[in-house]
Write a new protein. Structure first.
Length: 178
């Protein structure tokens, strides 16, 4: 099989990384070479110094899209889990990838209320209190994808079941074997 990119987008605490980790492990179990580009890790190593302005967020997504395109072009599967709040930045990432490999956008459409309830890092509480500027979904926008290949709401659904939906869709798109 050739390389491809599975791009998870959604609010903080929507379940992107949790589901992406399961998809990554399953793809590896099937014998694929997989690289996972997670937003928190990428910001530490590739995008250190970028803030959270629209321009910095767009630069971060452009960097991730370019790296993902290179890895997929080389034949690996790339799992990306990053908020990526702006439609145009995600479209740009898709345009970087698609000349070389399929790009599958997974919109983790978990509602803001559920994400805030989970709040594993306490970020929503701080954002609602006005202690964090430019927090996606609270004081900064999140533009939902207009036409993702997969839409998930992880509310009340196990991460494993959510990952199975993604893997089934990858098989339907002939990106992986069923």
């Amino acid at each position: 099989m050739s390389g491809f990119v599975v791009w998870f987008t959604g609010l903080s605490a929507a379940g992107k990384t949790t589901v992406a980790n399961i998809v990554e492990a399953e793809l590896e179990q099937r014998g694929l070479l997989v690289e996972h580009l997670d937003g928190d890790i990428v910001r530490t190593h590739l995008s250190k110094g970028l803030g959270f302005s629209k321009e910095d967020r767009d630069a971060n997504i452009a960097r991730i899209g370019w790296v993902a395109s290179r890895i997929a072009r080389a034949g690996a599967a790339v799992v990306v889990s990053v908020i990526s709040p702006y439609e145009e930045a995600r479209r740009h990432a898709r345009l970087l990838v698609e000349p070389h490999a399929p790009f599958i956008e997974v919109y983790v459409a978990t509602p803001l209320e559920e994400c805030a309830r989970r709040d594993p890092k306490g970020l929503y509480a701080a954002a609602f209190a006005g202690e964090i500027d430019d927090f996606t979904g609270v004081s900064a926008p999140y533009e939902a994808p207009s036409n993702p290949e997969v839409t998930l709401d992880t509310t009340g659904v196990s991460p494993g079941d959510s990952a199975a939906v993604v893997l089934d869709r990858l098989a339907e798109l002939n990106v992986v074997r069923a």
